[in-house]
Design a protein around this ligand. Structure first.
Ligand SMILES: *Cc1c(COP(=O)(O)O)cnc(C)c1O
Length: 413
């Protein structure tokens, strides 16, 4: 995105803020759709947890996407944004039976990832069709926090438990309408992904009433020039033709579903923060911004390396900086980064700030969460206001008189 636009938006709405480019989201959506054009029925269900602003959800709806949700609150957000229940799938992990029942009551599609809940849910609601989340035990994913398909993962029903699963389905008389996997967040080796898909196809043959097979997500996006990324075109052509063959064998045209989060929104996002201090120490030069891991935690949490540029001095001489936040703990966004010379007051721009950035923001240190702005059809629209002091105190309860200062009896003689 043009540095001038970024500067104007920071000027108009005030940093720190998140800016999202709707055109980039659209082009990613269309790229993935095009990659699978050989498949007659493709459905993308945007993973709400990546970025859950209502305007983003409505943009997804306009593009033709459904939603993948992981909490009852995300289900409600999706309904609030105007999605119909059938366009929403609920794919939680480790939630209570009552939360699943609440979602089923709202009419959304249900995805169950453990046998205990499957048995309880099936016994009580045999008429509600459910999708099952399979763990194919195929290792994908970069950082161990985002790799969810391996043998020790808490996600999914192990393929080794299929006989038990079938017995539950049989005994309860429930109907399985979909098979799902989500193996991790970095598909790099397409052959590994295709191998996991074969396990899913094999599992699918056990169920006669499927409507869809959901391959989850995990598309890797580039964070800087030359980064490796998922080749979605190659994946689309290979998995697409294999899927079509499977449908012939299965005897029914199934829907091929994905639940991309990061792929759709990561590169569309920019986080803008102002530099409070430039501090020369004996070992480095720190640029301290008016932000911290309360706003953008991925570098500290996952070791994510977000590119950082100085949009206030794009032509300046490059120097090395450690960019840090104001949180009273180690709070490093990037070490030894070559950035155009930074002065106090400059605006730094963090790229790839669309996915898992605002949605993971908190009020730690009693700071406000940033505003969000959507750049759409050549104009900037505020889609979430900056917080205020009321937001910090809103739900705090002050039991009347609990800590009133003791009345002092002062005897004046
Ligand atoms: C988080 C999540 C996704 C989205 O993953 P990305 O890597 O952001 O595309 C998809 N499906 C499920 C079940 C998830 O939990």
């Amino acid at each position: 995105m043009d540095a001038q636009i970024l500067n104007n938006v920071a000027e108009e709405f005030g940093a720190p803020l998140y800016l999202y480019d709707s055109e980039k989201i659209r082009s990613q959506y269309e790229r993935l759709t095009r990659a699978f054009k050989s498949v007659p029925s493709l459905k993308l269900n945007y993973a709400v947890k990546a970025l859950s602003n209502l305007s983003i959800l409505r943009l997804m709806k306009q593009l033709g996407s459904g939603l993948d949700t992981v909490s009852i609150q995300e289900v409600r957000l999706g309904l609030h944004a105007g999605f119909s229940p059938e366009e929403i799938i609920f794919t939680p992990n480790g939630v209570s039976l009552s939360e699943l029942e609440e979602a089923a009551g709202l009419g959304v599609r249900i995805n169950i990832d453990n046998l205990s809940v499957l048995e309880q849910f099936g016994s009580r609601h045999p008429e509600v069709p459910v999708c099952i989340r399979i763990n194919p035990h195929v290792m994908a994913g970069g950082h161990s926090n985002i790799s969810v398909g391996h043998i020790d993962s808490k996600f999914g029903i192990s393929i080794h438990q299929i006989p038990h699963l079938l017995r539950i389905v049989d005994l309860t008389g429930m109907n399985i309408n979909g098979i799902h996997m989500h193996t991790g967040s970095d598909i790099l080796d397409i052959e590994v992904f295709l191998y996991a898909s074969e396990i899913l196809f094999e599992t699918a043959k056990n169920f006669r009433n499927l409507d869809f097979i959901d391959f989850g997500s995990g598309f890797k996006v580039p964070y800087k020039e030359g980064d490796i990324q998922t080749n979605v075109e190659e994946l689309g052509s290979k998995l697409g033709s294999r899927f079509n063959d499977f449908c012939k064998e299965y005897g029914k045209e199934l829907v091929l579903a994905f639940e991309p989060g990061k792929f759709l929104v990561s590169e569309a996002g920019y986080f803008l923060a102002r530099v409070n201090v430039v501090k020369q120490t004996t070992s480095t030069v720190f640029a301290g911004v008016d932000s911290g891991f309360n706003h953008l935690i991925r570098p500290m949490f996952y070791g994510a390396s977000h590119e950082i540029i100085n949009i206030s001095n794009p032509g300046g001489k490059e120097r090395y900086y450690s960019v840090v936040g104001y949180i009273c703990e180690t709070d490093t966004f990037g070490s030894n980064r070559r950035i155009n010379e930074i002065s106090e007051g400059d605006i730094l721009c963090f790229k790839n700030a669309g996915a898992y950035c605002f949605s993971m923001a908190s009020n730690y240190n009693s700071r406000y969460r940033p505003a969000e702005v959507l750049w759409h059809e050549g104009k900037a629209h505020l889609i979430r206001a900056h917080e205020t002091f009321e937001d910090i105190t809103r739900n705090q309860v002050d039991p009347a008189g609990l800590f009133e200062p003791e009345e002092r009896v002062v005897n004046v003689k």
